[in-house]
Design a binder for this molecule. Structure first.
Ligand code: PFF
Length: 446
């Protein structure tokens, strides 16, 4: 397959697109509740350390492969491996990435569909004055309603795939350029509002003053897994975006900018959520329901609560939208690499993700007893195994390919920072990121 000629229109467009991929459920839904369950500041510190030691270098490896190959992930890996005199079988890593994003998107679309439902409900003022018990029961009733869940999953997936079908410049780039600044604006507004609540001070000390006794091996593991998920690293999804990266752009600078933007969203979202939670005297360790149950309860009692809650769910929806587009792109690019037209590739991906997503949507009702593996239902399986195991495994192989298999000249040129910069990056990947990732993975499997 010939190389793609598509490019992001500017350096900024590339950074916004990758930030759009990184910022999503991971920052706004997963970070607060995982941090809540894992001791707050201690988790935050370790997670930031992993983003630096492992997330950024592996992200650079992944984008570098895309930029050197300038094709869909599977085709890029195959072509580069042959050029390097290595086995063509490296291309299967691209297919594994496509499988990983396929699984992730199938549940991601379902949870993002919840945010559509909650956005509409908060705009309608449904939570105003409701008791905590009512809101909790309302969430359970929503999950048990297969029709609503399937409807929202379908709607979200269609929103995503329409943009993907429109292509890189007309679809992905336009949406990211529009939404990412809006998202930051909304988040800053929400954080400013949080600063006026009585829980602000407690939230800050809870997020930034670590108590080291909270630091257990499992906190370390969660923090490592989360670094992959939140940066969108390990599924060849950023490789697909790297293929359209402008020639003159500095890759390390772009990767670092994205990491800073990504962490800042998690922090701002954390500050906003925990200020509200603490100001209502609620429990920060409330698990995945933190956002969908605790927040509506907390906001329902605050002045202008419905408005702020609507802003929050709008923010969540925008963030998940740009991530879902990134999740879809490597599958579409891979199919295009087999010679399919973009529209046809998009249709195939949409239909397959939608069908498998049904199993996740129905995991709370119709097929609640269908537990094919490890006693977990489909939703629990696809929302835990691909993020916790497939992403680190993919990231490990991507790092090995970039730092050990790719010839020095090719990799250094794609990294675009000169010989010394390349050697420094390679040293970190070979001796820090790869061993660390291996550790995450082994402990994840055990
Ligand atoms: N980074 C996204 C989030 O934080 O929600 C999730 C994600 C996107 C993971 C793309 C993996 C991926 F390839």
């Amino acid at each position: 397959m010939s190389k793609t000629l598509e490019r992001w229109g500017s350096k900024r467009a590339f950074i916004l697109a990758v930030t759009g991929a990184a910022v999503g459920l991971g920052n706004i839904w997963r970070f607060p509740y995982v941090a809540g369950e894992n001791g707050g500041a201690a988790f935050l510190l370790i997670y930031v350390a992993f983003v630096i030691l492992l997330g950024i270098p592996v992200m650079m490896a992944e984008i570098l492969i895309g930029r050197a190959g300038r094709r869909g992930p599977m085709q890029a890996l195959g072509a580069l491996a042959v050029e390097a005199g290595a086995s063509r079988h490296w291309r299967w890593l691209g297919l594994f990435g496509a499988f990983t994003v396929f699984c992730i998107l199938s549940f991601y679309s379902v949870v993002s569909g919840w945010s559509i439902e909650f956005l509409v409900a908060s705009i309608n003022g449904n939570f105003r004055g409701a008791s905590a018990a009512d809101i909790g029961a309302g969430f359970d009733a929503f999950l048990a309603n297969p029709g609503l869940l399937v409807f929202n999953h379908t709607l979200f997936l269609l929103m995503t795939m329409v943009v993907v079908a429109a292509g890189v410049a007309k679809g992905l780039e336009r949406l990211n350029n529009l939404l990412m600044p809006l998202l930051y604006g909304l988040l800053l507004l929400l954080a400013a509002y949080a600063a006026t609540t009585s829980g602000f001070g407690t939230a800050l000390s809870w997020l930034f003053l670590p108590s080291w006794e909270a630091l257990t091996p499992s906190v370390v593991l969660h923090a490592m897994g989360h670094a992959f998920f939140t940066l969108a690293v390990g599924a060849c999804a950023l490789m697909a975006y790297g293929a359209y990266m402008p020639d003159e752009q500095s890759l390390p600078r772009a990767a670092m900018a994205v990491a800073v933007l990504d962490i800042s969203v998690a922090l701002l979202a954390g500050i906003a959520i925990f200020s509200v939670v603490f100001s209502q005297g609620m429990d920060p360790a409330d698990g995945p329901g933190l956002m969908f149950v605790t927040l509506p309860i907390a906001f329902s009692e605050l002045p202008w609560g419905s408005l702020w809650l609507s802003v929050f769910f709008l923010l969540l929806l925008l963030a998940t939208w740009t991530s879902a587009i990134n999740l879809a792109e490597p599958m579409v690019a891979t199919l295009q690499g087999f010679g399919w037209r973009r529209s046809v590739s998009t249709a195939i991906v949409t239909f397959s993700v939608w069908s498998i997503g049904l199993l996740s949507a129905l995991s709370f009702s119709t097929i609640v007893d269908f537990r094919p593996l490890l006693g977990r239902n489909v939703f629990e399986l696809v929302s835990s195994i691909p993020p916790d195991i497939f992403l680190p495994l993919g990231g490990l192989l991507i790092a090995i390919f970039a730092a050990w298999v790719l010839p020095r000249g090719t990799a250094a040129a794609a990294l675009g920072v000169g010989e010394r910069g390349y050697l420094c990056w390679r040293h970190v990947v070979r001796w820090v990121s790869i061993p660390l990732t291996l550790m995450v993975l082994l402990s994840g499997l055990l």
